[in-house]
Design a protein around this ligand. Structure first.
Ligand SMILES: [Zn+2]
Length: 267
C-alpha cells in the first residue's frame, strides 16, 4: 500500500469514528464506556485578517499575493470593477453577483477574468465571513490547507489552462467560452477536482495535519466532482477540449482518485 493510500484511509477511518461518536453523544448513549472524541476548535478568529495572514505565511502559496478578509464583498467588488473598466455594466454586475452566489460554499475565493488568464501575475484570494465559523476549519492547519486549495486555482489563472499538451490563455480562452467549445460549469467542476485532490495530497506531506473533518470534507467534495466528471466521460457528453482538460487533471491526481474509489467501494 502506498503512503498516500495508507494515510488517507487512516484519516478517513478516524473521521468516521468522530462522526460516530457525535451521534452517540447526541443520543446520550449511557452504555458507551469510551470517552467521546471532542471536536476541538483551536483556531481563533478574533482578528480574522491576522489569522489569515498567519495561515498564509505557513502555507507559503506560490501563486497568491495575499488573502484579504472581505466579509461584506467591498474589497472584491472594487477589485472586479477595476479589472472590468471599459466592459459593459451588465458583465460587471454578473461577476459581482456570481461572487455572492458562490460565497455560501466557498469561504475563500479567487476572483478572475478570462482576459487576464495566463498573465503570469499572482492572484488575490478573498475570505468571506463564513470562514470564521466554518465547520471545516477547526485549526490553523485546516486554514492553511484551504488557502492551498485557492493557490491551485490561482496557479491556473496565472499560467493558463492545460488542454492536453496545449496551454490556453486570455483572449483565446474567452473566445472558446463564447463559442461554447468549453462551458464554464464543466471547467469549474474539473478545476475543483484539481484543487480538492491537491489539498489531500498536500495534507499527506505536511507535518502539521489538518483535522479529520477537514480531510473528510475535501475527500467528499473530491468524490462528488469526480463522480460527475467520470459519468460525463463515460456518457461522452463532454466537448473535445473539456475531455482533454478532464483527462489531464485525472491523470495528475490518479493516485488520490484511485484511493478514494477503493475506499468507497469497501465502505
Ligand atoms: Zn475551489
Amino acid at each position: 500500500m502506498n503512503k498516500l493510500k495508507k494515510w488517507l484511509i487512516s484519516t478517513l477511518a478516524a473521521a468516521t469514528l468522530i462522526a460516530g461518536s457525535i451521534i452517540l453523544t447526541k443520543q446520550k448513549e449511557e452504555s458507551i464506556k469510551k470517552e467521546p472524541i471532542v471536536l476541538e476548535r483551536t483556531i481563533n478568529f478574533d482578528n480574522p485578517q491576522i489569522t489569515l495572514n498567519d495561515a498564509f505565511n505557513s502555507c507559503k502559496p506560490e501563486h497568491l499575493s495575499e488573502v484579504i478578509y472581505d466579509p461584506d464583498f467591498k474589497k472584491s467588488d472594487d477589485y472586479i470593477r477595476k479589472k472590468f473598466v471599459g466592459h459593459s455594466r451588465r458583465l460587471i454586475e454578473g461577476y459581482l453577483e456570481q461572487a455572492r452566489i458562490g460565497a455560501p460554499g466557498h469561504a475563500l475565493c479567487v476572483a478572475d477574468i478570462f482576459e487576464d488568464v495566463g498573465d503570469g501575475k499572482k492572484r488575490i484570494a478573498f475570505a468571506r465571513a463564513n470562514i470564521t465559523n466554518s465547520p471545516e476549519v477547526l485549526c490553523p492547519a485546516d486554514l492553511e490547507n484551504a488557502i492551498y486549495h485557492e493557490d491551485i486555482h490561482a496557479g491556473e489563472a496565472r499560467h493558463g489552462y492545460h488542454f492536453g499538451g496545449k496551454i490556453i490563455r486570455s483572449k483565446e480562452l474567452a473566445e472558446l467560452f463564447n463559442k461554447g467549445e468549453i462551458r464554464t460549469g464543466v471547467i469549474r467542476a474539473i478545476g475543483e477536482l484539481d484543487a480538492y485532490a491537491s489539498q489531500i495530497e498536500r495534507a499527506e506531506k505536511t507535518e502539521r495535519k489538518p483535522s479529520p473533518i477537514h480531510i473528510i470534507s475535501a475527500t467528499t467534495n473530491l468524490y462528488q466532482v469526480y463522480s460527475i466528471i467520470e459519468k460525463a466521460l463515460t456518457k461522452n457528453t463532454l466537448k473535445p477540449l473539456e475531455k482533454k482538460y478532464a483527462e489531464e487533471k485525472i491523470r495528475r491526481h490518479k493516485n488520490a482518485i484511485e484511493t478514494l474509489k477503493n475506499f468507497n467501494s469497501k465502505n
